[in-house]
Design a protein around this ligand. Structure first.
Ligand code: T46
Length: 137
């Protein structure tokens, strides 16, 4: 399983750091939605779903957390610890977010507006979805 983690350009000087993200330059899709989560308890795991179409970039802009990605065949855990790192999460990828530090802010740039119909929340359905997708290729 290929994991795509971006190291965004930091524009630092003696005043501090600044990261700028432009669609199609730094982010490989048109950004239609931004959301972020914070105050996530230390023992909480979020996610437990995949998306049929949605692509996203996850950036832990403060603190740290871990992301478990599962493409139906292989699983990987990716730590997000730097505000200039972005993890690309494609569609057809089961995701779980966990091990949030107390101060974690996880920001997500999304390629689509919120659509509950795009979620696959049942793991067996997800496995079926990726199996069928593979057959179509
Ligand atoms: C994903 C991971 C990384 C909205 O109203 N609009 C939104 O854009 C989003 C993302 C959520 N919501 C509502 C729906 C729920 O009532 O916010 C509540 C929490 O959402 P959810 O339980 O889906 O949150 P997570 O952390 O499990 O998953 C989220 C995204 O939903 C998902 O697309 O990939 O973060």
């Amino acid at each position: 399983m290929q994991v795509i983690k971006y190291a965004f350009q930091q524009h630092g000087d003696n005043r501090g750091q600044l990261v700028a993200l432009e669609e199609f330059n730094d982010i490989p899709f048109k950004i239609k939605r931004v959301y972020y989560m914070y105050d996530t308890g230390k023992d909480v795991t979020r996610g437990f779903h995949a998306h049929k179409k949605l692509e996203q970039i996850l950036i832990c802009i403060h603190g740290s957390c871990k992301i478990r990605l599962d493409n139906g065949f292989e699983k990987k855990v990716i730590p997000l610890e730097k505000p200039y790192e972005g993890l690309y999460v494609s569609n057809s990828m089961w995701r779980e977010m966990f091990d949030f530090s107390e101060d974690a802010v996880l920001m997500v740039l999304a390629s689509e507006l919120y659509d509950e119909a795009d979620y696959i929340r049942n793991y067996d359905e997800f496995l079926e979805f990726v199996k069928n997708e593979k057959k179509e290729v």
